[in-house]
Design a protein around this ligand. Structure first.
Ligand code: IPD
Length: 267
């Protein structure tokens, strides 16, 4: 396990890498961006690939013993100690449509697999969310907390339909209807990392999505936990790393949402 100074040093590096990545992403000439498909509703641009290369080189130069797991490169590096988990652009579909809801997401887990830090940066809005285990969560250096909404009828949920696999669409919309009818409103931003951070700073109260990848959510999970929120897989038999079905809330409403998921999806 790394000491706090080592973690804070890695956090500084992750923040610098995210700012550098953000500058690169924002500087691209949109007319020249190359887009290809990795599968159903799964786009990748040459900016994603180049940004991940930039981040991995930046971190590898400073921490040659660390492993690296990125959306575009997969698992690389020595991994003798901890590893970096990176989504260079979470919300690629927003990015390629010039919708400002996309983020650079960088997490670090120690050699035991425990999440130790998270950095999520939205370059368009210049919002830098950060957290180191045990040290609270921050937005642009200012401490943040989840909401204290206790009543489902006051809650705003982020909903994210399973657009990369249509197998459980009707189950999903049954769940959404159940939640929609009992809460204040629903939202969809299109970057899971950002959506987790929005719960962390109290802008919304809950988020659920199926089939996410660990690199989409690792940094946001760390930030949410440090802001006092909660996350879990949809059921005890699933893991977030393998299945990626995540429920995230302000903590107070976790049981309420978990019960709705259980009722509508577990069959
Ligand atoms: C996507 C975003 C989006 C979610 C998708 C993810 P990507 O990540 O997190 O919010 O709905 O399922 O794949 O592909 O843009 O890095």
């Amino acid at each position: 396990m790394l000491c706090k100074e080592d973690l804070l040093r890695r956090q500084d590096s992750a923040v610098s890498a995210a700012y550098g990545a953000g500058r690169f992403i924002s500087s691209r000439d949109f007319s020249k961006i190359q887009i290809s498909s990795k599968g159903l509703n799964d786009s990748v641009s040459d900016t994603d690939v180049a940004t991940e290369k930039f981040i991995s080189e930046y971190l590898r130069t400073r921490y040659p013993g660390d492993g690296f797991f990125g959306e575009e490169q997969g698992e690389t590096g020595k991994n003798s100690g901890g590893r970096w988990i990176v989504d260079p652009i979470d919300g690629t579909d927003n990015y390629i449509r010039r919708n400002p809801n996309y983020t650079v997401s960088i997490a670090y887990e120690d050699s035991t697999g425990r999440l130790s830090l998270g950095v999520v940066y939205n370059p368009s809005q210049n919002e830098m969310f950060t957290a180191v285990a045990g040290d609270g969560a921050y937005l642009n250096g200012v401490p943040i907390d989840v909401s204290d909404i206790k009543i489902p009828g006051d809650a705003i949920s982020v909903i994210a339909p399973p657009r990369k696999s249509y197998e459980r669409t009707s189950d999903y919309f049954r769940l959404m209807e159940d939640i929609f009818l009992k809460t204040r409103d629903v939202r969809r931003f299109g970057s899971a990392a950002q959506e987790l951070c929005y719960i962390a700073c109290g802008r919304v109260d809950a988020f659920y999505e199926m089939g996410l990848h660990y690199y989409d959510i690792a940094a946001g999970m760390m930030i949410l936990k440090e802001a006092g929120g909660m996350y879990s897989a949809f059921s005890d038999s699933e893991t977030l790393i393998e299945d990626g079905n995540i429920l995230a809330t302000n903590g107070i409403l976790h049981e309420w949402y978990a019960e709705k998921i259980h009722k509508n999806l577990e069959r």
